[in-house]
Design a protein around this ligand. Structure first.
Ligand SMILES: C[S@@+](CC[C@H](N)C(=O)[O-])C[C@H]1O[C@@H](n2cnc3c(N)ncnc32)[C@H](O)[C@@H]1O
Length: 274
């Protein structure tokens, strides 16, 4: 929650929320100040008021500010140990229970790498267990940042964001465009598994519950504690009994959601709905 008497900061944040619907008051103030400072330095302005005026004059600066605020670093198979755990136990177990019809949500999916990685593992598990038929729209992938979602829809990525992904999976599910650009494109079967939508976890209800698996990794660290607790509770309620919730490696579950979610693997931040 934004506190203190810094009226100019409050005014600036209200302006950003009104212009772009981005709910600044859910974020840690220290985080907002650091990110604003980066953009203000880049624009050569020294006060929040001057920066607010700059935003009025140059609306493209809103995009640059939102990029700075949302921090959309990601990659395929990010934190390989977590994905290995998913591939060996979480997904086979859920697929068995749901007879292949598993519903997933990648919340804060950035430019899509996390959701596509999940699609690859679902397809792999289906292939290994001899399930036929395609996987269509089984993963809801959402983010507040429209530009990240556009990249996700384009589904073309530089080779370096695959460095944690096992080579065999990269070869099976991605196509080298062969045009010297060192770019890989997502195969159609992976694309079809994922549905991208703009969604703000701090203000919107879960898109299409219930889910058997929710990935909510490396998003909540930027939120203040009351927002974290509220969002965790909403997500816990959106899971099926026995459904799985996964946080980022440095994130921890707080608040009332702990009554609904049991910690199953502390290292990989895997929780299971009671
Ligand atoms: C560091 S990335 C994490 C991407 C991916 N989950 C991963 O772990 O690789 C954080 C993402 O959270 C998104 N985000 C931040 N605030 C959000 C909000 N209120 N609602 C939905 N997404 C949000 C950002 O736009 C960004 O794409």
């Amino acid at each position: 929650m934004i506190q203190g008497n810094d009226a100019a900061l409050q005014e600036l944040l209200r302006q950003v929320t009104a212009a772009r619907g981005f709910r600044c008051d859910a974020y840690k103030e220290s985080c907002l100040r650091r990110r604003l400072a980066v953009r203000m330095r880049a624009c050569g302005v020294h006060t929040f008021t001057e920066y607010g005026e700059r935003l009025h004059r140059d609306v493209a600066e809103y995009d640059r500010l939102l990029d700075a605020l949302t921090i959309n670093v990601t990659k395929f198979y990010r934190n390989a140990d977590t994905w290995d755990r998913m591939a060996t136990t979480v997904i086979p177990d859920l697929m068995k229970r749901c007879q292949g019809d598993i519903r997933c949500w990648s919340a804060g999916c950035a430019s899509g790498e996390e959701a596509y990685t999940l699609a690859v593992l679902l397809l792999e598990e289906a292939r290994k267990s001899g399930l036929t038929g395609s996987i269509v729209d089984q993963i809801d992938a959402t983010d507040v940042d429209v530009r990240s979602l556009q990249k996700a829809e384009e589904s073309r990525y530089p080779r370096e964001v695959f460095d944690e992904m096992p080579d065999a999976l990269t070869r099976r599910y991605f196509r080298d465009l062969g045009d010297q650009s060192n770019t890989l494109s997502v195969s159609d079967q992976v694309r079809r598994a994922v549905r991208f939508t703009r969604h703000d976890v701090t203000r919107d209800a879960p898109p299409d519950p219930p889910y058997d698996l929710i990935l909510f990794r490396n998003v909540v660290i930027y939120f203040d504690r009351p927002t974290q607790e509220r969002v965790f509770s909403q997500m816990a309620a959106a899971l099926t009994p026995g459904g799985v919730f996964i946080l980022g490696k440095v994130e921890t579950l707080f608040g009332a959601a702990r009554e609904l979610l049991e910690l199953e693997d502390v290292r990989e931040r895997v929780y299971r709905r009671r």
